[in-house]
Design a protein around this ligand. Sequence first.
Ligand SMILES: C[S@@+](CC[C@H](N)C(=O)[O-])C[C@H]1O[C@@H](n2cnc3c(N)ncnc32)[C@H](O)[C@@H]1O
Length: 280
Amino acid sequence: MRYKEYLRNELDKNNPDNLPLPKGYHLIGHVALLVLNFEDRDFATKVGKCTLGYDSRIRSVAIRTGPTSSDIRKPVYELIAGQSDTLTTHIENNVKFRIDPLRVTFSGGNRRERISLPQFVQSHEYVVDMFACVGQFGLHIAKTAGAKVLAIEMNPEAYSLLEENIRINHVENKMQAVFGDCRKVHPNGVADRIIMGYLPGTIDFLPSALDTLSQEGGTIHIHDSLPENEIGDYCNTINTLASEWGFASVVLPRKIKHYSPGISHYVFDVSVLPNEASEA
Ligand SMILES: C[S@@+](CC[C@H](N)C(=O)[O-])C[C@H]1O[C@@H](n2cnc3c(N)ncnc32)[C@H](O)[C@@H]1O
């Protein structure tokens, strides 16, 4: 039985105000995350308890109570049912993630991108993940593509999980974690590929990515959120910055998901070459 139908069967008699039931949940390990479109906390608790009975994998249920905030992208959730220990192990395409989804973001909408990116990565590449978090992109690349990954993260909580995830996925010989602000701790002139999985305002970090890129060029994946009619200007800004750094660039934007009213999450795949190579 579908989740919404199950909730309707279980809760309709307790829902005299006809509050809107959630259509689904995002399951991370044993934690189900819900977005509710009503304020009534008593009814929210009933939805939470009911959700525990729907899927045997679910042991904790939390609701979103505010927007993701600050530069460390801290999620705002509140536990409404089940066990309070929300540190969990989430498995995605054979990659294990230790994560507490109430404390660190793990986007459901990026799943396809996380899983498909390694197929474009060669095993000889050196990849720098500038906003690694618990290793969402880097672990898939190190494990599936077998490339070397340098993963930079500045939130101590996410960093400690990143180190644990490198260990439990046995990729210590492929992947190294670096703690700090990627603008300060990035290496220079080494990367064949750079992942910039952070938004909004990612373009501000492009100078650091261009410093990190090999002089022979490579690929940069820039994630950002913007209205569709600003895509052209955004691509122009990327090309201008790349040329100031002595590179020629070709930018291919792709939509990842709807982000907020009028705004979508895009990834800009940027192929970068040294200027003289593009002129030859
Ligand atoms: C929203 S999470 C995204 C995780 C993953 N890259 C993804 O796209 O799914 C962004 C991460 O970047 C980290 N971060 C933000 N600014 C940073 C900076 N200047 N240097 C290093 N890490 C940073 C945050 O702490 C957070 O863990």
